[in-house]
Write a protein that binds this ligand. Sequence first.
Ligand SMILES: NC(=O)C1=CN([C@@H]2O[C@H](COP(=O)(O)OP(=O)(O)OC[C@H]3O[C@@H](n4cnc5c(N)ncnc54)[C@H](OP(=O)(O)O)[C@@H]3O)[C@@H](O)[C@H]2O)C=CC1
Ligand SMILES: O=C1O[C@H](COP(=O)(O)O)[C@@H](O)[C@H](O)[C@H]1O
Length: 510
Amino acid sequence: MKKTENQMLVIFGASGDLTARKLIPSLFNLYMADQLPKNYVVLGVSRSNLSDEAYRERVVYNSSFLTEKTKNIDEAKLKGFADKLYYEDIGDDYDTDYSNLRKRVESLKEKHNTSGNIIYYLSTPPTLYETIAHRLSEVRMNTQNNGWKRLIVEKPFGYSLETAKKLNKGLHQYFKENQIYRIDHYLGKETVQNLLVTRFSNSIFEPLWNRNYIQHVEITNAESVGVEKRGGYYDKSGALRDMFQNHLLQIVSLVVMEPPIGSEAEEIRNEKVKALKSLRIMTDEKELAENTIRAQYVGSTIKGETVKGYRDEDGVDPNSTTETYAAVKFYVDNWRWHGVPFYVRTAKRMPTKVTEIVIHFKKPHHQIFKGSEMQEMDNKLIVRIQPDEGILIKFGVKVPGQGFKVERANLDFYYSSLVETYVMEAYERLLLDCMQGDATLYARADEVEAAWEFVDPILNYWKNGKDVRMYGYGAGAWGPENADDLIEEEGYWRNPSENLADDPGYCVIC
Ligand SMILES: NC(=O)C1=CN([C@@H]2O[C@H](COP(=O)(O)OP(=O)(O)OC[C@H]3O[C@@H](n4cnc5c(N)ncnc54)[C@H](OP(=O)(O)O)[C@@H]3O)[C@@H](O)[C@H]2O)C=CC1
Ligand SMILES: O=C1O[C@H](COP(=O)(O)O)[C@@H](O)[C@H](O)[C@H]1O
């Protein structure tokens, strides 16, 4: 097991939603699992005027995000966690002299003997990331001569290729690349990481993992919720920036990448960046029109309840042209994937919440068991990222009896069957990795830029292209009908029913 050295976590934007909903609960889980170092403190920093006690009340004792976790633990244990949380009011603006902050950090370091190792977590609006890094360096809080300093940067990492490059350049003035941890919480999901193990620790998948055996790859990320309280943010972002550029292209990179020479962070990240750079960038309008689809959810009734359309959501422009659904077909220009189409879709307000990767294998070259419905009998490997995390292989078996009746069978594995194993939540895992200096599951500067390089032309086309359509889909539907045209050559999008194995598909071929 890796060692977690004594250290301090300084969270900028500590009065915000992410800190309360994800960061503090993750730290609490790590505390309960005895994973925090012996000498450890958290210093929350924001503009709100709060005392240490008031901050503890807010994010621990009165936190609705912790109630489930804390209701059965004894007071002293909870106090042991809460007492390690402190708060510093930065003043009216983050763009200020950090000398007082430095003094506070020094005094906490002395008091708790945290040894000068510090993680700075940037959980503010992204426009402040570079400012905070600059202000930290001004008072030498980035220097590593008395302990390491790491910087976790939240998404979104840029708004376009240009802004991402600018942000990388800006941060690199004050922190070295190996100090910067760009968080992508999908990489913290156990099933996403398991893709590497499935591919590279088994000898049965990798020989088939190429253009000779794979017909196409399909990735679906669906959310049943709408934009909730984040309409203001989402309307400036949209599905392509919010989910596709980061989380989904990270998943694509793990599906596409070549075997790394080892499991060290740089070995894996080198291969991921090569994979991202091999995505064929679409340039002409015809290509973009044929291979991309965007849509918005419109009002509808789901299970008897009226659901608002996107343009009626709080914080959303009533004439908004921001997409809540994005589907893209693309190719990967390398030896392994030549000619294999990838279909990736992401959306809000779909029938269910599900993320899955479906590897569709080619049919056998010569079909012995001919029948009208033979085309239904395709082999698939489904990696279910959430919910019902697991892996499923679909193949045909003979139904006992005369003739050749073929039925689909499933070979499945569910994470829930590992009852003894505690599966960490994504933020928990990623925080612990950063505490231990492991950047494998964080995105490197060149990965982020390569992903933007692919996405930028699509965004530009959607914004400035001629006659670009914005389709509508009823809230609670599987996207617009036109999205079926995109995948027509292969058949149809898989309907990821609620239960992973609940797709019995039966056909009689003789
Ligand atoms: N919430 C989520 O689920 C997710 C959030 N993120 C990212 O994490 C970061 C934080 O998100 P979240 O916590 O939701 O954001 P919030 O809007 O809740 O704000 C975070 C903090 O920033 C400060 N802040 C807000 N607006 C301003 C402003 N205009 N100028 C200066 N400070 C401001 C607030 O503190 P105060 O006013 O006290 O200074 C607050 O503590 C963002 O970059 C977001 O994109 C990423 C993934 C998911
Ligand atoms: O980063 C984001 O992710 C969430 C979905 O995350 P999940 O772990 O629940 O799948 C999404 O709702 C949000 O819009 C986006 O910013």
